[in-house]
Design a protein around this ligand. Sequence first.
Ligand SMILES: *Cc1c(COP(=O)(O)O)cnc(C)c1O
Length: 392
Amino acid sequence: MRKIINYYLQELSYEGTNLADETDLFPTEGGTAAIVYAFHSLAENHLLKKGDKIAINEPIFTPYLRIPELKDYQLVEVDLHSYEKNNWEIEPKEIEKLSDPSIKALMVVNPTNPTSKEFDKNALDAIRKAVKKNPDLMIISDEVYGAFVPHFKSIYSVVPYNTMLVYSYSKLYGCTGWRLGIIGLNKKNVFDDNISKLTEAEKAQLHKRYSSVVLDPDKMKFIDRLCADSRSIGLYHTAGLSTPQQIMEALFSMTHLLTSTNGGSDDPYIDIARKLVTDRYDQLHDAMKAPKDETDTNSHYYSLIDIYRLAENQYGKDFRNYLANNFQQVDFLLKLAEKNGVVLVDGVGFGAKPGELRVSQANLPTNDYALIGKQVLELLKEYHEEYEKESK
Ligand SMILES: *Cc1c(COP(=O)(O)O)cnc(C)c1O
């Protein structure tokens, strides 16, 4: 199954780079467990210490902002920001911040949640350059939305030595309940090498930590430490996914391997999945008369709607200011939910600015997205009527 999953990941996301035979895998209970295990083992192995700086591409999936702040970790977050005015494209200038060796790690979601944008060629080149200047940088790259953009190129395939790949089947196969995730690490990787550079005292402590489960703890690979740590060392022998989960990962992987030839473009399931979210994205934006990002680097899995910008486009700047100055951004969300049962997610939790609302294109029948767009505009109209009354 390791071989099947490795070739699946390669077909899906390495774009012409062959890494399947040099990648070690640790299948996890979804991407969720992969993230939790990664933070835990990085800290236990002294690779991330309290006060260390980690870079994060924001806006981002909320756990990447919350976990580093916990008492267990207390990491300092450096924001690599992208903006709606650039269609959420991250600028190489932001990525250059990684050249600073005081930044120990990069936590990156690509294509990201909530903006749905993929790192383009310029961004990947900037990562390659930054890693040359900061060769000990540890990258944790969460690529659960990779298949939703054509010709996706994984950060792991660009800088395999520096990158821990996090993958999940949840999004592409709509199988969140199965809990099917993977951590992938190159056989030669910065995590192992950074462990070999720890102080003698730290090494002695880790020797003791892992000595009950392996004969030569000093040589224990980081991927095996992740696995042992996931069961508090003591239960290392029963760590890992259940047999049905492992078989499910292999079956999903094989559906792709059986149909695809060149980089996944011939997989009809993937084509349909992409078309589905794109149709819903189009319906939503058409109904709101909002501009679309139709580039190939948009996965269309989520939309971020800037409610203030929409207000300004519809009714002018004064109304925008009225809305921003008189209401909390959650008021709009609550009203929308009360009125129509439409529940959107506030973007502030993802590090987006107030007034950005996230819509998932994965949840509802396609026609509902036109309805959501219409209801957002109707609610804005009601606010506007209120505004007109008040300004008389
Ligand atoms: C959904 C999601 C995950 C985790 O999904 P699982 O269901 O636990 O596999 C991880 N990262 C990102 C960015 C996600 O959006």
